[in-house]
Design a protein around this ligand. Structure first.
Ligand code: ZN
Length: 128
């Protein structure tokens, strides 16, 4: 994969991460500009966060990251780490290059489509 391509996927990943953090209300309460932009509609979350101590905030974060979006952010961070260490775009199971079309659709993908479907087959098999 070329540097330009890596850069493209990195941008995709960062944009996705930002979107998720915003959705979860993690970005926003610390950036006044963002709160203003949201047409003066201060969510209760913003007030809430401002009034709480660090302990509560940490608990809120832990809760947020236990959600589906939180797990996705984890996978996005892992993908960003792989970009940094040069292993991005390789299947973590068979070591082959992950298809570009798949990476474009799912930039945080860690398995190629073959390994992914094999994994899903295994999962659904064990559940029955
Ligand atoms: Zn594979």
């Amino acid at each position: 994969m070329t540097k330009d391509e890596l850069k493209k996927f990195e941008t995709l990943l960062l944009a996705k991460k930002r979107e998720l953090l915003k959705e979860m209300g993690i970005i926003g309460e610390t950036h006044k500009a963002t709160i203003k932009e949201s047409t003066g509609d201060l969510s209760h979350y913003s007030y809430h966060m401002a009034d709480q101590g660090t302990d509560n905030m940490e608990r809120e974060m832990a809760f947020a990251f236990a959600s589906k979006s939180g797990r996705l952010i984890y996978h996005i961070d892992e993908a960003l780490r792989r970009i940094a260490d040069g292993t991005y775009g390789k299947c973590q199971k068979c070591g082959k290059a992950i298809q570009r079309a798949r990476l474009t659709a799912v930039p945080h993908a860690r398995l190629c489509i073959q390994c992914k479907s094999a994994e899903e087959e295994q999962k659904s098999g064990s559940e029955q």
